[in-house]
Design a protein around this ligand. Structure first.
Ligand code: NI
Length: 174
């Protein structure tokens, strides 16, 4: 496994739509997924989307603090959202910053695992819902800063502060 180079705002690759993975048997996918997991750990995020490491395959990885294993999601799509809540969010492609934005309370999503089996989320809440929206946004070329309602809702945080203690969960970075 290898740590891949992070792409930072305003890299244009972050504004592109990732393309659906059609050949699920492509052996390069597993290598990419393994490298993305390694990179997610290295950069200390709860998720990572392919755009962030310069690939435009529709693939992301998510591992919440309570998860024992990472989840690899191919062709992730949000199919339904319900409710609204304010969250604090960060992004590995914009280190040192956090924002207050609105996200859905509940999220329905679907994707495919590396084994080709469908993965479905029905009414996901809390950090999982936030991570699904954040990563799906990345794959659509959208950044959390697009959801800011006022400039003051984006603020600088101490470097490293988001990596420890409650900040890690409160300000999900992916
Ligand atoms: Ni992000």
């Amino acid at each position: 496994m290898a740590v891949l180079q992070m792409h930072y705002i305003p890299d244009p690759v972050l504004r592109e739509r990732a393309r659906k993975v059609r050949d699920l048997a492509d052996p390069a996918l597993r290598k990419l997924a393994d490298d993305m997991i390694e990179s997610m750990y290295h950069y200390n995020g709860v998720g990572l989307a392919a755009n962030q490491i310069g690939s435009l395959k529709r693939i992301c990885v998510i591992q919440l603090p309570e998860d024992e294993e990472p989840t690899v999601l191919l062709n992730l799509e949000i199919t339904r959202k319900e409710g609204e809540r304010e969250v604090t969010e960060g992004c590995l492609s914009l280190p040192g910053w956090q924002g207050r934005i609105l996200r859905a309370e509940k999220v329905w999503a679907r994707g495919v695992g590396l084994d080709g089996k469908p993965i479905r989320y029905k009414g996901a809440t809390e950090l999982l819902a936030q991570a699904l929206e954040h990563e799906c946004d990345h794959l659509d070329g959208v950044l959390y800063t697009d959801h800011l309602r006022a400039p003051d809702d984006l603020y600088e945080v101490e470097q490293g502060a988001e990596e420890e203690g409650e900040g890690a969960v409160e300000a999900a970075a992916g």
